[in-house]
Design a binder for this molecule. Structure first.
Ligand SMILES: CC(C)(COP(=O)(O)OP(=O)(O)OC[C@H]1O[C@@H](n2cnc3c(N)ncnc32)[C@H](O)[C@@H]1OP(=O)(O)O)[C@@H](O)C(=O)NCCC(=O)NCCS
Length: 144
């Protein structure tokens, strides 16, 4: 398996993997190749984006996309998307990707990392394993 930064040329393969992953259980979302490609393309174009993909035999096994944010006391990193193809899950690919992504963030001087995910989900179990914890003070507000 190879880990390398995602580039615009990787978008078709990464969008296919993103769509298949999030349209499957437990997320059961409704992505099309077009919406998935636009979503990832926008994230790649975000200022201070950092995006890493995992590849095997020309196939995108998964990726993590985020960007650095300038805050009052330093730089924080927001992870916007993280996905591993269902057939490749539970093989350590997510751990390898996130470990590299976090090490690279640290080397850029990032002081904290945050993300949103579903409560009590397999994703939360994955992030907990990597020492993420629930925020103590912040909550997410939505409407309607
Ligand atoms: C969550 C996800 C990124 C994890 O990637 P992965 O490559 O399957 O995870 P890894 O194999 O590296 O797992 C590392 C550790 O995380 C934990 N973990 C991973 N998946 C888990 C699951 N389904 N249930 C419980 N714990 C899990 C385990 O502790 C695991 O170590 P172990 O296999 O030695 O027990 C992947 O399952 C995925 O893409 N899911 C669908 C999309 C998603 O939920 N994205 C995140 C939403 S923001």
């Amino acid at each position: 398996m190879e880990l390398r930064p995602l580039t615009p040329a990787d978008l078709p393969a990464a969008a296919q993997t993103f769509m298949v992953t999030f349209n499957a259980a437990p997320w059961n979302e409704a992505w099309t190749l077009e919406s998935a490609s636009t979503c990832l393309s926008d994230l790649l174009a975000t200022p201070r984006a950092a995006c890493l993909g995992a590849w095997e035999a020309g196939q995108c096994l998964g990726a993590v996309l985020g960007h650095d944010l300038i805050r009052d006391r330093g730089v924080s990193h927001q992870i916007s998307e993280m996905f591993i193809l269902p057939l490749a899950q539970r093989r350590g690919v997510g751990r390898a990707l996130m470990t590299r992504h976090l090490a690279e963030a640290e080397s850029r001087g990032v002081g904290s990392v945050h993300l949103l995910t579903a409560r009590d989900s397999s994703a939360e179990a994955f992030y907990s394993e990597l020492n993420f914890r629930r925020a103590r003070q912040q909550i997410m507000l939505v409407r309607p």
